[in-house]
Design a binder for this molecule. Sequence first.
Ligand code: AMP
Ligand code: GLY
Length: 424
Amino acid sequence: MNVLLLGSGGREHALAWKLAQSPLMGAFFAVPGNPGIAEHATCFENIPLTDHDAIVALCGAEKIDLVVVGPEAPLVDGIADRLIAEGIPVFGPRQVAAQLEGSKLFTKELCKAHDIPTAAFGRFDDREQARAFVRRQGAPIVLKADGLMAGKGVIVALTLEEALDGVDEVFDMGGIGTEILIEEFLEGEEVSFFCLVDGETVLPFGSAQDHKRAFDGDEGPNTGGMGAYSPAPVFTAELERRTLHEIIRPTARALADADSPYRGVLFAGLMLTQQGPKLIEYNVRFGDPECQVLMLRLDGDLLPLLHAVATGQLENQDIALKPEAAITVVLAARGYPGAYEKGSRIAGIGAAESIPGAKVFHAGTKRSGSDIVANGGRVLNVTAIGANVAEARERAYDAAARIDWPEGFYRTDIAWRALGAEPT
Ligand code: AMP
Ligand code: GLY
């Protein structure tokens, strides 16, 4: 099977690494790829993900049998619709279904119409009405701009004053014509849950938790994610069963019934509240860096699973995960998520990977002559699998210590929650 992978981050390197192990793999290509992905696939680094014509042309020229879409933006832009129109199977939903991530309002209305547990909400296009609603509800309260905001666009206001200022902030972020969402504040532990969906069949792909804040102790600014681990010990088999029954399957059913079946990985951000799991948000792709830990745990071949999603044949498949735990530590450029320098040299990746169970994924790197240099904010994902979270964590940190990159930093407390929950 000839495969084209779209994307250039650590998530896509993890997908490429796993896909390349498949005995079914034929020729393997990536757009635009990165130096880690280039170890497995031929990369077309000059084709931007926004150039759908060039991607379709490449599929024709290389006789691609499956396109795997890593990030959300091309899906929200309709790449799956374009490829399907050309008869090319694609892992990733069409534009209508990608609204699950592209439009928070779409998701909230879908939840409301189908009794899917989520935070109560109001929607406003008028600042004064939004402020009046905030005054009536009081704090804490959550404000959100609609649309793809790359993790921004959400304010969790703990005081009434913060909430009232936040109304202006969110309207300003969204620009003209913005609608904002004002949500009930949910209390509990957050967990990420991943399922493959082929329109009808839903197969759970496991849980994970990530760390969004930049610094130890969950301090500092929000980031794309500084580390993750899988499984999430709080997400018991019973909670998974409830989530499938109350949230994931009703969502898949609603979309299928509306003639916009969801095909791809459905990533549910959940809050485990006193009343049970509630949906915070959906994403239409694997999490980054959650994908990295899931790929280490996946037992067996990824390629037939993704192909079955693309072709509606998931009922004949099953997903087996190793019972072990995996963790990933993000090495970021100093200054991230603010301003940072690019171009510093990174050494020691081979030494890091000599630790048993360890694998280093490239997230934001570039090749410069024979060197690997930093080329982004989140630069490497040092990932490891072990018998339990404690062992996986020790291996990941031993590996991270072997990376020679003075211009980088990482959190030293990834998986602290899981360690507390693990029997010692
Ligand atoms: P989102 O972009 O919707 O995932 O929101 C970003 C983060 O804000 C989430 O990961 C939660 O930590 C927090 N958040 C979002 N909605 C709520 C809510 N209704 N109650 C409490 N926290 C929330
Ligand atoms: N790590 C969170 C995300 O991928 O959205």
